[in-house]
Design a protein around this ligand. Structure first.
Ligand code: SF4
Length: 381
């Protein structure tokens, strides 16, 4: 995949605050508190500059790129400003080459928003961790109350919209290993999500992810194996992107996501003050881990300039693991060593296998065995 020096995904922080106060949030609860210095919303002149910079980049590279509106809660930008941004982006960037999507907690959605998203061909993915017993563990309001019903209301609006086949991209759930995977899968299927995606909890070798007891324990691997079997054996499955990528890789194909397989992805973040940063999930390692050495802002630097810099190439190269354990691992072409944030330790930097190494290993071995039931082996085995 042509990736280094090429933009694959830009995360656009249209608002730096959130109307929820999820206890696991890497933006507000992590070691990097730089969100406090960010303007709450992106200013109108910066929104115009973002459009110009993205148009400029679209002219620079042949391949399209995805634009993901992120926060905080991206809808906190406000309707008029977001409408101006989305309509402005769509003047030159077509939905086919430049998909635009929003990652939202769903609570602020209304018919008006959905009509705007339909008009501007913007798809919506909603964060929800499953039924209340899973969702209420971390996804709470600033008053410490459950946010479940407000998210569910948004999902119902989305799934009942006449254009929901395009608009509703799916759900994104953080794994709560204490809740049975079958409960989560059946719940998400029941609310008619067209696609599920799952994320491991944030963590690294210094701060183990919630629900993981040791580096060599496999709570997440066991949970994912159970979910994998439910999915694999379901005669009418709802797509799980994480597993589809895994299966493609098990069959010798390519994944489509950072942290799996051995391709590199060009990911940049634009903050509400216009600052351009690396993938913002890196900030879970330490304060400033997602910043370039010299602060770059869209007002004075083009995206192309960043992508051509040595520092960017070093950052993109980080996606390939450097630990000797990963380099010697037979599963590396499938596993990819996990996302860089999971490899961090103060002592060795990113020179570690993923903190989820044993979970990945168990899951991948299991997936390969299930695929083998159909007489198919990974090409390298
Ligand atoms: S299974 Fe572990 S050692 Fe193998 S590539 Fe993945 S993280 Fe590295």
């Amino acid at each position: 995949m042509e990736s280094v020096g090429c933009l694959d995904t830009v995360l656009l922080k249209t608002a730096s605050r959130c109307n929820f106060d999820c206890t696991y949030c890497y933006v507000y609860q992590g070691p990097d508190q730089s969100w406090r210095n960010q303007p709450k919303r992106m200013r109108r002149d910066l929104l115009t500059t973002v459009q110009e910079r993205l148009n400029e980049q679209a002219n620079h590279q042949q391949r399209g790129f995805a634009i993901v509106l992120h926060g905080g809660e991206p809808l906190l930008l406000g309707f008029d400003e977001l409408a101006r941004l989305l309509r402005g982006l769509r003047v030159n960037l077509s939905p086919k080459s430049h998909p635009i999507s929003i990652q939202t907690n769903g609570s602020l959605l209304s018919e008006r928003w959905l009509d705007l998203f339909h008009e501007t061909k913007t798809s919506v993915s909603v964060s929800i961790d499953g039924p209340p017993e899973a969702n209420d563990i971390a996804r709470i309001s600033h008053r410490g109350e459950s946010t479940f019903l407000s998210t569910l209301r948004g999902i119902r609006l989305l799934s009942s919209h006449p254009e929901s086949a395009f608009l509703f991209a799916g759900t994104l759930s953080v794994i709560q290993p204490s809740v049975e995977p079958g409960l989560v899968y059946n719940f998400l299927k029941g609310i008619k999500t067209p696609s599920m995606d799952f994320l491991m909890q944030d963590g690294n070798h210094d701060h183990l992810p919630a629900g993981k007891s040791r580096f060599d324990s496999t709570e997440y691997g066991d949970w994912l194996i159970e979910l994998f079997d439910i999915y694999f054996d379901d005669p009418f499955p709802v797509r799980i992107r994480f597993f589809d990528d895994l299966l493609k890789l098990c069959l010798g194909g390519k994944g489509r996501k950072e942290g799996m397989g051995d391709d590199q992805y060009g990911i940049l973040t634009i903050e509400t003050n216009g600052e351009i940063r690396k993938n913002d999930t890196l900030r879970t390692s330490y304060e400033g881990a997602d910043q370039f050495r010299r602060t770059r802002n869209i007002t004075d630097t083009s995206i192309h300039e960043i992508l051509s810099s040595e520092e960017y190439l070093d950052y993109a190269g980080m996606q390939l693991p450097i630990s000797s354990r990963c380099k010697e691992c037979s599963l590396l072409p499938i596993c990819g060593g996990g996302m860089p944030l999971y490899r961090w330790s103060k002592e060795r930097g990113y020179d570690n296998p993923s903190v989820y190494c044993h979970d990945h290993y168990r899951l991948i071995r299991h997936a390969l065995e299930r695929v083998r039931e159909f007489g198919i082996d990974h090409p390298s085995s």
